[in-house]
Design a protein around this ligand. Structure first.
Ligand code: SF4
Ligand code: ZN
Length: 738
């Protein structure tokens, strides 16, 4: 280990801690010690400090105590004659740097509330590009991708590339490998983020290029994100610093790219990252640090050329990234899913209200179709001339395979959305007969034609569903009359499908399916998915689990014979209990499908909604993830999720999907949907049709109007007053606590 790096890092740590102490003292004088400190809409206080020290910093006074720890952690300055290994003191210096910087950023939220934009996207028009701390909604949504492997890791890019073109090349290479890029710090005022904007690259959470902040202290947002994931998904307790750091080293494949001169403050941050097992790969000539301590790989690798930066980084971190190969003239990968095509870049548009665009997947006989055949009926985009324009579109996919079933058609069809979106410069929105596709001019300039849409579907269906299908044939229709005819046919197919699924009941099926996908981060959590209880994340219904089992028989979805019914009202089956007990390793022995009062199902962190009892109102409420406001149970969604998200059963609360609210068995053991007295307005709107239908079925056709929302109030007393005024049916029901 180089004495020089250690010297710089320790010096940097001293500088940073002293600087933050100054900022802190000024803040206490200005706002008083009671001043609240937080990263907005997060449930983990200041996450690095909370996760590693177990200290919940709520105000300036709490932060003062942490700063004292920072001071104590600062090691003695490196003596020129010292020969001991420097790693221990160096790690401490790095740690105190990050604690201090986290406090600095929290004070910045007080000093300048508009400095960071609390959003997934930048607001370029108003020059607001820095996003700061990811709120809990973003963290859950994106954190899951790190856990399930759809994002293998992140590159923290510090500084700036020599020019915008190089920045673009590095960023896109990471995107092709599905990695996130977290950006912070500047090099003499130039930032990697602004270079990307200049090069015309779309940035934000949606394209996995996240501009955290212009200063080195914004590095805490990347590390804090990683630690929150460990707490939220890994069930690691705050303060258990060893497990937090090991979780990161083993599961979060991250590293730092230092672009430009590495000064003392950067060195201090790099030293901090070594605690996480995140190495630094630099483009300048700084002394290297060889493997030692927790890492089996280099901590710092210097002098890496820009063209080798990405490859070298993933190699050092021991990361296997796969570039998806699809035979089209564009880059392809999940990081391109969130791109938008703006009006000025638009070449051609299908659907979106202006023309008809329809998608249908249909099972065919093995010898009736030809694998790989792609047919265009009507004009191709090359017939549009230079101006581009609009076309109607029908995407008709026929698949055949020995293990294919008609029930899998909708599951394959749903893939079309993200598969097309993965192509760089192509946007896909919607599904079925309300699809909307936009092709950008740059994509068309690179030679993308209609045939390539078929090619994507063919190649990716084989790659992802090869075990159930053998042949894929695609017809792309742009002839208006033909698209109309095709749409009629498709509508009939959707209708037949929907009624088949809607009419399924738990009573009629002997087999339910398990889902243990979330066990990688909530180790005792098991979902059991029945026709009338969709998985709580909303991503898996019974049919999805069935298909997933056929595709991957040893995967996370296993058939469960439900066995003897032990309780019809609450929904309890012997076979299910036996499975849950085994799969949770004894942590949970039995749970009910239809109750939140009585042994409710367990909940993991990714549920779409959480329902809670409101005793005064004799009813229940539910709240979805996107609603960040207060609720009548006294807790926001994030707090609720934090309290019950680790895979326990928590009587009085239960996690469920949005769709589950309008399924017939929803909390039927506690009185069902008629118990619902409060929901956020946006959720009511989203479920409007279903709520109206269910209200009618239950004999209260105007139920939806009797359910209070935040415009009525967010405390039980106000809600109760409203319920009495409108005559809500819950008030007439048996006491909910009895
Ligand atoms: Fe599976 Fe349940 Fe996790 Fe959804 S929440 S992925 S259904 S275990
Ligand atoms: Zn989950």
């Amino acid at each position: 280990m180089s004495k020089l790096v250690a010297f710089a890092a320790i010096q940097g740590a001293y500088n940073i801690v002293s600087k933050v102490e100054g900022i802190y003292n000024r803040a206490v004088e200005q706002y008083g010690p009671e001043q609240k400190l937080e990263f907005p809409n997060t449930a983990y206080y200041l996450p690095i400090i909370y996760s590693l020290l177990g200290i919940p910093v709520k105000n300036l006074e709490d932060a003062g105590k942490v700063l004292e720890i920072c001071r104590k952690l600062l090691p003695d300055h490196v003596q020129r004659i010292h020969h001991l290994p420097y790693l221990g003191p160096l790690l401490d210096a790095g740690m105190s740097t990050l604690f201090a910087e986290e406090i600095h950023e929290a004070i910045r939220y007080v000093d300048d509330p508009d400095f960071y934009l609390p959003s997934e996207d930048c607001d370029l028009e108003n020059g607001r590009i820095w996003l700061g701390a990811a709120d809990d909604t973003i963290m859950r949504k994106r954190g899951v991708e790190f856990v399930d492997g759809s994002a293998p890791g992140f590159a923290a890019i510090v500084g700036a590339a020599p020019d915008p073109e190089t920045a673009k090349e590095i960023a896109e290479e990471y995107q092709r490998r599905n990695l996130y890029v977290f950006m912070c710090a500047n090099q003499n005022g130039t930032t990697f983020t602004e270079q990307l904007i200049e090069a015309g690259v779309q940035i934000g959470w949606n394209t996995r290029l996240v501009p955290f902040g212009p200063d080195i202290s914004a590095a805490v947002f990347a590390l804090g994100f990683a630690n929150r994931a460990a707490m939220a998904f890994g069930g690691v307790r705050p303060g258990d610093y060893e497990r937090i750091l090991m979780y990161n080293k083993d599961r979060v494949f991250a590293f730092v790219n230092a672009l430009g001169d590495v000064g003392a403050e950067w060195a201090a941050n790099a030293a901090g990252c070594v605690n996480w097992g995140f190495p630094t790969i630099a483009d300048t000539d700084i002394p290297e640090i060889l493997p030692t301590g927790v890492c089996t790989y280099e901590h710092v690798v210097a002098n890496v050329a820009h063209k080798d930066m990405v490859q070298k980084s993933v190699e050092v971190r021991g990361l296997k990234t796969v570039i998806t190969k699809v035979d089209i003239p564009l880059s392809y990968g999940a990081a391109f899913e969130g791109e938008r095509i703006r009006k000025d870049d638009l070449f051609v548009e299908f659907g979106g209200g202006k023309t008809q665009a329809t998608e249908l997947v249909e099972m065919a006989d093995m010898d009736a179709i030809e694998d790989g055949k792609i047919t265009i009926e009507g004009n191709d985009i090359t017939d549009l001339g230079d101006e581009g324009g609009r076309l109607p579109l029908g995407i008709f996919v026929k698949v055949a395979g020995r293990k294919m079933q008609p029930d899998f058609e909708p599951i394959l069809e749903r893939q079309i959305h993200h598969l097309i979106n993965y192509a760089q410069g192509i946007m896909h929105i919607g599904q079925r007969d309300i699809a909307w596709i936009r092709l950008g001019r740059p994509a068309v300039d690179k030679g993308f034609t209609l045939k390539d849409i078929g090619q994507i579907i063919h190649d990716m269906f084989h790659k992802d569903f090869g075990s159930i299908l053998d042949k894929v044939e695609v017809t792309l229709i742009t002839d208006e009359k033909e698209v109309e005819k095709f749409t009629e046919k498709a509508k009939a197919a959707y209708k037949a499908r929907d009624s088949r699924v809607e009419n399924m009941t738990d009573e009629a099926e002997e087999i339910f399916y398990s889902c243990t996908l979330c066990q990688s981060f909530a180790p005792t959590h098991v979902c059991v998915v029945s026709p009338e209880r969709t998985g709580l994340c909303g991503a898996y219904n019974w049919m999805d689990c069935k298909a997933s089992y056929e595709i991957n028989p040893t995967g996370p979805n296993q058939p469960i014979e439900k066995g003897e019914c032990l309780d019809e009202v609450f929904g309890n089956w012997a076979g299910v209990n036996e499975f849950v007990s085994k799969a949770s390793r004894g942590a949970v022995e039995s749970y009910n499908f239809y109750s939140l009062l009585n042994e409710p199902m367990t909940t993991c962190g990714c549920c779409e909604c959480i329902a809670a009892v409101l005793p005064t109102c004799n009813g229940i409420m539910t709240v979805h993830r996107d609603y960040t406001g207060e609720t009548p149970c006294g807790m926001k969604f994030t707090t609720l999720a934090g309290v019950m998200g680790g895979g326990q059963s928590s009587p009085g609360f239960v996690g469920h999907s949005k769709y589950n609210v309008i399924q017939r068995k929803y909390v039927s053991g506690d009185g069902g949907l008629l118990r619902m007295v409060w929901m956020p307005k946006s959720l009511k709107e989203e479920l409007k049709e279903g709520l109206e239908r269910r209200g009618e079925e239950l004999g209260v056709p105007d139920l939806i109007e009797k359910i209070a929302d935040e415009t009525v109030g967010t405390d039980e007393a106000t809600v109760l007053e409203f319920l009495q005024k409108v005559g809500h049916p819950a008030l007439e029901m048996d006491p909910i606590t009895g």
